[in-house]
Design a protein around this ligand. Structure first.
Ligand SMILES: C[S@@+](CC[C@H](N)C(=O)[O-])C[C@H]1O[C@@H](n2cnc3c(N)ncnc32)[C@H](O)[C@@H]1O
Length: 227
């Protein structure tokens, strides 16, 4: 994936509660130094800030202003709700009851992000950085999270990108968690078996683990990688 322009981006942000469940985050985890990779317009960082914790989010989206991101959200959100309606059988409609409710939850999360964005950018909490090179010092963080980017975009992102990206996450943090294991078609990522082998060959521990979150049907596992 090259440098993104605002017209490539479909900003779509998840809530704090979704992050907590997707990554099985315990209260102890929330005390750790966390970096969010590909956090986009998710509300996790903003909510953590309100709780007095500092998270650093990295995403090429942060090259854009709040007004540019807001305009892009307003343009794309109705399309993403329509797409979910068309592919409704690929999702589990329990905690989120309908595509319309999904739209409301995502938009509320993105509003929370946008309200925090300018201050967070000035404070170095939203940084324009792109995997597979994060550019932070070794061990600058304890835990690196990546939601709905690696593995999900397996058609667009190569195997090497995945391997280098996860190894980079484990360089800047002792542990990395990636959710989901599914690609855009709802199939387990074709990169996953080779990725597990490559990570273990690089001396890392890597396991798929069940989590208490399923929205994409069958997407209830995260990849945990640690040194
Ligand atoms: C589907 S969104 C996920 C947002 C958020 N993590 C969530 O789950 O709500 C995917 C994000 O990946 C970001 N992205 C694209 N290329 C990237 C790269 N090379 N490194 C990090 N993030 C990237 C996009 O800008 C977008 O914000």
């Amino acid at each position: 994936m090259g440098a993104i322009t605002i017209n490539d981006a479909y900003p779509w942000g998840r809530s704090f509660d979704e992050y907590r469940r997707m990554f099985s985050l315990t209260n102890e985890d929330l005390q750790r130094r966390i970096i969010g990779c590909a956090d986009g317009p998710a509300a996790f960082n903003a909510q953590m800030h309100r709780r007095g914790r500092r998270v650093v989010s990295c995403d090429p989206l942060y090259a854009f202003s709040a007004a540019e991101i807001r305009a892009r959200i307003d343009e794309t959100a109705p399309k993403l709700v329509a797409l979910a309606r068309e592919a409704a059988d690929r999702f589990v409609w329990d905690r989120i009851a309908s595509p319309e409710e999904m739209g409301r939850i995502r938009c509320a999360a993105m509003d929370e992000f946008l309200a925090d964005y300018d201050a967070g950018r000035r404070d170095g909490r939203y940084v324009e950085r792109s995997l597979p090179e994060l550019g932070f010092a070794d061990d600058a963080f304890d835990l690196a999270l990546c939601s709905h980017f690696l593995l999900l975009y397996s058609d667009e992102l190569s195997f090497d990108f995945h391997r280098d990206g996860v190894i980079e996450m484990c360089r800047v943090a002792r542990e990395a968690r990636i959710f989901p294991l599914l690609d855009m078609h709802g199939e387990r990522s074709r990169h996953l078996p080779g990725l597990l082998d490559a990570l273990r060959s690089a001396g890392l521990h890597a396991n798929a683990e069940r989590v208490d979150y399923e929205f994409q049907r069958g997407g209830d596992e995260m990849l945990r990688v640690w040194r």
